[in-house]
Design a protein around this ligand. Structure first.
Ligand SMILES: Nc1ncnc2c1ncn2[C@@H]1O[C@H](COP(=O)(O)OP(=O)(O)OP(=O)(O)O)[C@@H](O)[C@H]1O
Ligand SMILES: [Mg+2]
Length: 270
């Protein structure tokens, strides 16, 4: 049976950047249902971006596996797209040209690209700015172009690494709600990394709280209750309590798991 589109499965993920370096992520096991909006929250340095890069296939974990829609993730794909804090647009191109890039690389026919770009410009409320050079656009408008570009290839999963933190509070709150609504409209799975608990409450239906050294999951909270103050307190409590583990007690299975993955045992029939 094939997995539902956009379902993310993380199994036994461990990561260190170098053989003798510290364990950055330790035994992360997490399932995100297709179409779910999940916020990864935690203090600076707890490994949120590292985890997101691993989910996106931009970084190989030392041990463990990532599956999206049932497929193992080993490299970036048009099915899962990432949006960063800076929109990283090509400054000499128009909004429409930036949005069309992924489709041009995929060698889609010109009329299809034109139609899709118009659709996306409308979705992010930039229909009147398609021909504008991106340098003429505001920060919020540039992030909208980046969002449209991420959506162009019809991904099943959108991964966001603090995409609004460089924007002013007014623009930021508008975009938070807009992105959540667009993701819901398109049935996308959303994983948003943030250290802003209020952003998590606006954008997600579930919050996973991480603690540092090593990066690990310490709480998994459904954000379904309507009492916002109570939810805020529920997320803040593990967020603020999260402490590094004493060096000797940090579970450190990464090297052994990595070694074993190089020499897989033969499968036995039961
Ligand atoms: N390329 C790298 N090489 C070595 N160490 C790294 C590398 N990238 C990140 N780290 C370390 O991994 C840890 C986790 O970093 P990461 O960027 O994932 O944290 P974060 O939770 O996203 O933090 P922030 O909220 O500040 O963005 C940090 O201690 C960082 O120094
Ligand atoms: Mg980060």
């Amino acid at each position: 049976m094939s997995a539902p589109p956009g379902k993310i499965d993380l199994t036994g993920l461990c990561h260190r950047f170098s053989r003798h370096g510290p364990t950055i992520l330790s035994e992360i096991n997490l399932t995100v249902d297709g179409g779910q909006a999940l916020a990864l929250v935690g203090r600076s340095g707890c490994g949120k971006s590292t985890l997101l890069h691993i989910i996106a296939g931009l970084l190989h974990p030392t041990a463990g596996s990532v599956h999206i829609s049932g497929q193992p993730v080993g490299k970036p794909s048009a099915k899962w797209n990432m949006m960063f804090q800076s929109p990283s647009l090509f400054p000499w191109m128009s909004a429409a040209e930036n949005i069309a890039l992924g489709l041009r690389y995929a060698h889609r026919p010109k009329p299809e690209i034109r139609e899709r770009v118009e659709e996306l410009l409308a979705l992010v409320h930039l229909s009147e700015h398609g021909e504008d050079n991106v340098q003429q656009l505001s920060g919020g408008q540039q992030q909208r172009v980046a969002l449209a570009r991420s959506l162009a290839t019809r991904p099943e999963v959108l991964l966001l690494d603090e995409p609004f933190s460089a924007l002013d509070p007014f623009t930021r709150s508008g975009l938070q709600e807009e992105v959540r609504a667009i993701a819901a409209q398109l049935g996308l799975t959303l994983v948003i990394v943030t250290h802003d608990v209020d952003e998590a409450l606006i954008m997600a239906e579930r919050a996973v709280v991480m603690a540092p050294k090593p990066g690990r999951v310490v709480a998994d909270i459904a954000l379904t209750c309507t009492d916002r103050a109570a939810l805020r307190a529920q997320v803040l409590e593990p967020f603020e309590a999260a402490q590094p583990l004493p060096a000797h007690s940090a579970p450190d299975t990464a090297p052994a798991r990595h070694f074993l993955s190089l020499f897989p045992l033969p499968a036995f029939k039961s």
